[in-house]
Design a protein around this ligand. Structure first.
Ligand code: ADP
Ligand code: ZN
Ligand code: ZN
Length: 753
């Protein structure tokens, strides 16, 4: 790990506070740290980097992180202010997380204060103590146990409550009381009588509960490929090594992770498992909990701030042995980390798309490197970046080419839909195949990556289309609730019966979304229940879990969904997968679109036939001879990916080049263009001989009322790009016209919008 200029673990034992200068990362958008004198009042603790310090900033008070103690400041001495308070006696951010954050601030050229803000749980950012938060618990008292329940007939609800609390000698939480609809008045009544008492406990609510050893599931006997992969990993448990576990869907990658984790836990070490946002389902967590009799803690966006802090504390103390989390879990502190697993490493959700645009997989590799531990990147469809490194021998390539157990790879059927009479996007052959599988008692899944009813509402008389006023985009027609919705800026508006231009009454709804598909399918199969999974149907908290539950229970026989349905789910009774439309993805302007489409097709297909029943995948296309599609499904992902890699190499695109994308948006196109042009001019003036493309309008030039422009830097070598950015940024901070634009820098951008 490159050392950062701020990072010196010097501890000042100086007496005169005016000579102690604290260099502090303050959460502001400025790409710098700030110097303060030590606070004037109070004893100073040992000032170690990573402690929180309250400081005056402009007209506010902010909480910053101490980076360094120095005796000298670059700023004018008289301007320095004293800090207000040293919050911690010992660092709240451990050394390794501080180092990782500083490295990331450097690499992504992002304000260090904001990076550290991402790394810390909200409650710590607010200055709360870094300890398990306490919760109220209610327990039955000795006196409560003696109560003659028969004599309490007039208060049946108190009796019920006493009986129930009596069943929980460890006490019941507020949440459990609420879940059981216990009225506060009843609780108060039994407390006042001294039958029940309240206490505060440091608890981890349900996060630290562990499976009892008798209920632990046994490991499966590995097949030879799995065994070879495991043996390779086992021989590197005490050193840095990146493994690409490249296994087709259902090949038993998870089983390999689980058995590798067993060994790491036996060494008394902890494990971090990163999963895509959509992959962190209760089923995933369950799978880990059932295997290990140790605390398994989940970190995801659904947690309350308290739960998040508790999980953080539990990881830092070493009490939590396995942390499963989404992107930001990469910043969790560990007492003794022994292994990192990144499942579905190709998934886009590992890259943050706004603000601090880090890639959690890449930071995970950095972290494994600095801890000198192994990291496993698992995927059936590795990103081209990762695959290229494995092919160069920088990562150890472990392959699982076959499905595990009795399951076999699904059979692909490419349906040529040219000149076929389609009905609501469905060909008769697909409908017949569905009927056959449903009549056999199996489940069927249809994949369509477009939510809403239809993407276009058009006037038959004049050709007018419903467009978003604020974006260069059409509004999507939604049936329930009925309205037009812009998926880019979230604008909504009612649907009129007439054309907005010529007032003709003949409006046509064109194209197909999941809502429309659901209605069409229901007509074909009125006797089968349908589950639709997309952003609209799963918006309410817990609704995704409920739908998944009823899919697993077999209540729903037909599953319709967007890519939310594609990832990581294990639906044992799905035997037919229909991919409604692949054409769009193969013809897009984004250079990564084909890679994405290929990954999606295989991931969706991977849901078919995961157990003993064979699976079939039907792909509807107008381009049945597309060679890439054939490589993908007839040969393998590997062939498909190598073809794409050759193209990337010829075009000098990642992974054979490194990109950085400046984005600017403003009220006028001119302002945005001018700003990026200035950046380009600065680069030229600095003599940077690096290809710079643009500025050009973004593929969607206007979004949410603002004009958007891009400037792309491309370098053959990563250090070259980094050097150029390091020189550019201080100059950009000085540019004129900055007030009129919002600009950002995306290092290693994954999406070019
Ligand atoms: P992946 O993570 O590669 O998609 P999973 O680990 O989910 O695959 O495994 C797919 C299915 O195969 C699961 O039901 C799992 O229990 C089963 N499985 C995995 N390894 C074996 C094995 N060695 N023997 C029998 N079944 C296995
Ligand atoms: Zn019209
Ligand atoms: Zn819009």
């Amino acid at each position: 790990m490159a050392s950062h200029p701020f990072l010196h673990y010097s501890i000042a034992a100086m007496n005169n506070k005016k000579t102690i200068i604290l260099r502090i990362a303050v959460p502001t958008p400025l790409r710098k740290s700030f110097d303060y004198y030590a606070p004037e009042i109070g004893e100073l603790p040992v000032l170690e980097p990573g402690i929180r310090v309250r400081v005056p900033f402009q007209h506010r008070e902010l909480i910053g992180i101490l980076l360094e103690v120095c005796s000298d400041t670059g700023a004018a001495q008289y301007k320095l202010k004293p800090a207000l308070e040293i919050i911690d006696q010992t660092p709240v951010i451990p050394k390794d997380i501080l180092a990782l954050s500083l490295w990331a601030a450097d690499y992504y050229h992002h304000p260090v204060g904001d990076v550290l803000d991402t790394a810390l749980p909200v409650l710590l950012r607010q200055g709360k103590p870094a300890e398990l938060s306490k919760e109220s618990y209610w327990q039955i008292t000795e006196q409560g146990l003696q109560v003659d329940l028969a004599a309490l007939k007039r208060a049946p609800r108190q009796v019920e409550l006493l009986k129930w609390i009596g069943l929980h000698p460890e006490g019941v939480s507020k949440k459990l009381l609420d879940d059981h609809d216990i009225a506060p008045s009843i609780l108060r009544a039994v407390c006042e009588k001294g039958w029940v008492e309240k206490s505060l406990k440091s608890v981890m609510s349900d996060v630290m509960t562990t499976t009892t050893p008798e209920n632990i599931e046994k490991a499966l006997t590995l097949n030879p490929d799995q065994q070879a992969a495991l043996t390779a990993i086992q021989s590197h448990l005490d050193a840095f090594q990146v493994f690409l576990l490249d296994g087709v869907t259902g090949s038993g990658k998870t089983e390999v992770y689980l058995q590798a984790i067993t060994d790491v836990l036996a060494k008394q070490k902890q494990v971090l498992v990163l999963v895509p946002e959509i992959g962190l389902t209760p089923q995933t967590i369950q799978r880990f909990r059932q295997r290990f009799a140790v605390p398994v803690v989940a970190l995801h966006s659904g947690l309350t701030d308290k739960e998040r802090l508790n999980a953080w504390v539990a990881a830092k103390s070493g009490a939590a042995r396995i942390i499963i989390g989404t992107r930001s879990a990469i910043f969790s502190p560990f007492a003794n980390l022994g292994l990192i697993v990144v499942d579905e490493e190709h998934d886009l959700s590992f890259k943050q798309q706004d603000g601090f645009r880090y890639h959690a997989r890449d930071l995970a590799i950095m972290r494994a490197h600095s801890h000198e531990i192994p990291i496993i990147l698992g995927s059936a469809t590795p990103s081209l970046e990762t695959l290229a490194r494995a092919m160069q021998g920088r990562y150890q390539h472990l392959r699982l080419p076959e499905r595990a157990g009795v399951a076999e790879q699904p059979t692909f059927c490419v349906l040529d839909i040219r000149n076929i009479q389609m009905e609501e996007g469905l060909s008769p052959s697909l409908v017949n195949a569905m009927r056959e599988h449903l009549n056999n008692g199996d489940q069927v899944m249809l994949f369509l990556n477009r939510r809403g009813f239809a993407p276009i509402l058009m006037c038959h008389a004049c050709g007018w289309m419903a467009k978003c006023k604020r974006c260069d985009a059409r509004m999507t027609f939604h049936h329930d609730p009925r309205r037009l919705h812009c998926h880019h800026c979230d604008s909504r508006k009612p649907i009129f019966k007439q054309c907005e231009v010529c007032k003709a009454p003949d409006l046509q709804i064109i194209g197909l979304g999941t809502e429309r598909l659901e209605i069409a399918i229901q007509k074909h199969f009125p006797d089968f229940s349908i589950a639709r999974i997309d952003r609209d149907s799963t918006q309410r908290k817990g609704s995704m879990e409920n739908i998944l539950e009823s899919i697993h229970s077999g209540e729903h026989r037909i599953l319709i969904g967007t890519q939310m349905l594609a990832k990581g789910h294990h639906f044992p009774n799905v035997t037919l997968v229909g991919i409604i439309d692949t054409d769009g993805g193969f013809f897009s302007s984004d250079f990564r679109a084909i890679e994405r489409m290929g990954q999606l097709v295989l991931q969706v297909s991977g849901r078919a036939g995961r157990v003993s029943k064979p699976g079939t995948v039907v792909i509807q296309t107008h381009h049945p001879d597309n060679p890439l599609l054939h490589q993908l499904i007839r040969e393998s992902y590997y062939y498909f990916a190598t073809t794409l890699l050759k193209e990337r190499e010829m075009a000098s695109m990642p992974p054979y080049a490194f990109l950085a994308l400046f984005r600017a948006e403003a009220q006028s196109m001119e302002h945005a263009m001018q700003f990026l042009q200035q950046i380009k001019d600065v680069a030229k003036r600095l003599g940077e001989n690096i290809p710079i493309w643009g500025p050009v309008p973004a593929p969607m030039a206007r979004r949410a009322g603002r004009f958007r422009v891009q400037l792309l830097l491309q370098a053959k070598q990563r250090p070259h790009l980094q050097r150029c950015l390091t020189r550019l940024l201080p100059e950009i901070e000085k540019l004129r016209g900055k007030q009129q634009v919002r600009w950002s820098l995306d290092v290693d951008p994954l999406e070019m919008f």
